[in-house]
Design a protein around this ligand. Structure first.
Ligand SMILES: [Zn+2]
Length: 326
């Protein structure tokens, strides 16, 4: 078991399993050859382990998962030459999932690098996601969930692994961490400055996203009317920006959660931002468990206000003011 599996994502899945409330499909955001793969393997072991305390990692059931020998589990990977997952592969997977399981228990399908599905593969998968067979679970492993159809994402439970490391690859991670070093704000003036800094970061990202979306879209746009092009572009930029915004707030939230855990003396290994330990410890000197909890509540409120029609300048300004430690 790696550190990543100590994360709340793993605990969440284990609890869902224990209460018989596993989702029928998961998008596992992480490295499909690394933490994502391990997470999928552990989840499958939960289902197929023969021990009471699951997963034991030792029994026949667990071993068969590791060796890909469990006959009720299908693995789909991109074809080696085209790097694509073809519709025929997905149809084959669906066919097997719709049959009775060999061992009378769960059936599972794992799609490694699910973002390598082309459009017809994704469409082939959609129907199964809409009407999943009983006692069947689908795991979609991907590093790039934004490349999947929104209709697929919306039908799956999303698990984001090791977000600290995941986010470390994004362009906004460094500037956001710089902003973090100045938390909590000392005064109203300080809060306003930090608010403006976050607003500036989001505005810069919006410009980048607009460029990116436009480039991606140029081929499709040729056959479209101008008005329609603008409409589609605007919608895509808005959707991408919202995703990034959510990621940023998830980092902020995770940060305060780590502060709270540290304040309670939890081991560093269990933190999302274990690699920023010194900064966390430094901020801990001005935080108590209750102020960290307050921080979590403030961040949650800011995130939920962003979904309404409130100017973000106002949201950030007011939010950071509430973070001032008196
Ligand atoms: Zn086992």
């Amino acid at each position: 078991m790696t550190e990543d599996l100590h994360s709340s994502a793993w605990e969440g899945v284990k609890q869902s399993y224990a209460s018989g409330r596993l989702a029928h499909a998961y998008v596992i955001v992480g490295n499909p050859r690394g933490n994502g793969y391990q997470f999928a393997e552990s989840l499958l072991k939960l289902l197929f382990c023969e021990a009471v305390d699951r997963p034991c990692n030792e029994c026949n059931g667990c071993r068969k998962i590791e060796e890909h020998k469990q006959i009720d589990v299908q693995w789909v990977e991109p074809r080696s030459k085209s790097r694509q997952i073809l519709a025929v592969d997905i149809r084959d997977l669906i066919k097997k999932l719709s049959q009775t399981s060999y061992e009378g228990g769960w059936k599972a399908g794992v799609i490694v690098s699910a973002d390598c599905m082309n459009e017809s593969s994704e469409n082939a998968l959609l129907k199964t996601l809409e009407e999943p067979p009983k006692k069947t679970i689908l795991l979609l492993l991907t590093e790039a969930p934004e490349s999947l159809l929104p209709t697929i994402i919306s039908r799956c439970h999303k698990v984001v692994l090791g977000l600290g490391r995941q986010a470390a690859r994004s362009s906004w991670y460094e500037p956001l961490m710089e902003l973090m070093t100045e938390l909590p704000p000392q005064s109203g003036l300080d809060a306003a400055r930090l608010g403006a800094q976050l607003k500036g970061l989001l505005d810069a990202l919006k410009a980048d996203i607009a460029d990116e979306v436009e480039t991606d879209f140029s081929a499709e746009a040729e056959s479209m009317e101008e008005d329609k092009v603008k409409e589609v572009l605007d919608a895509r930029v808005k959707a991408r920006l919202k995703e990034v915004q959510e990621d940023i707030f998830r980092v902020l939230l995770g940060w305060y959660r780590d502060l709270l855990l540290l304040a309670y003396g939890v081991e560093v290994d269990y933190l999302d931002y274990a690699n920023e330990e010194s900064l966390l410890r430094q901020q801990l000197t001005v935080h108590t468990p209750s102020s960290a909890l307050h921080g979590i509540q403030v961040i949650e409120r800011m995130a939920s206000r962003l979904d309404r029609n409130i100017p973000d300048t106002q949201i950030f300004d007011e939010g950071f003011r509430q973070l001032i430690r008196g």
